[in-house]
Design a protein around this ligand. Sequence first.
Ligand SMILES: O=c1ccn([C@H]2C[C@H](O)[C@@H](CO)O2)c(=O)[nH]1
Length: 151
Amino acid sequence: MDVPDQPDPARSLGEQTSAAAPPDFEALTEAARDAMTRSYAPYSGYPVGAAAVTEDGRLVTGCNVENASYGLGLCAECTLVGQLQLTGGGRLAAFTCVNAAGEYITPCGRCRQLLYEFSAEILWIRTAAGVTTIDALLPEAFGPHDLEEIR
Ligand SMILES: O=c1ccn([C@H]2C[C@H](O)[C@@H](CO)O2)c(=O)[nH]1
């Protein structure tokens, strides 16, 4: 995995939206761990929390919400993009998600697609392997541009 330079911890959450360098993920990790505590995961027993910062410096969070009809469960990324849209929309500049142990996890395939839809020019993502980007996690992504091409 391509791991860019490590972030400058002196920069604030608002400044983390610069596309030039990855942000300091400390505050986002804290927010993701807090969101994880609101998870509803009685079936998998695997709570997940997610947090992201938008280009204009807003914090959005999400947690997984499962269902007795197992396949209908929502990943944390799913509720996060819902909250993004409900709180003003915009583009995601940095994202992370954690499990119940507070450890970083890497978004599942479907969630990479969800994040891609709302990503800023660069969307930095902190995973267990380090800091990466949505473009590295979802190369050759299908997206809105593909639909535009045939309209
Ligand atoms: O990126 C991921 C991967 C998994 N989960 C959730 C889905 C399910 O509720 C639980 C176990 O897979 O973790 C997420 O929320 N995000």
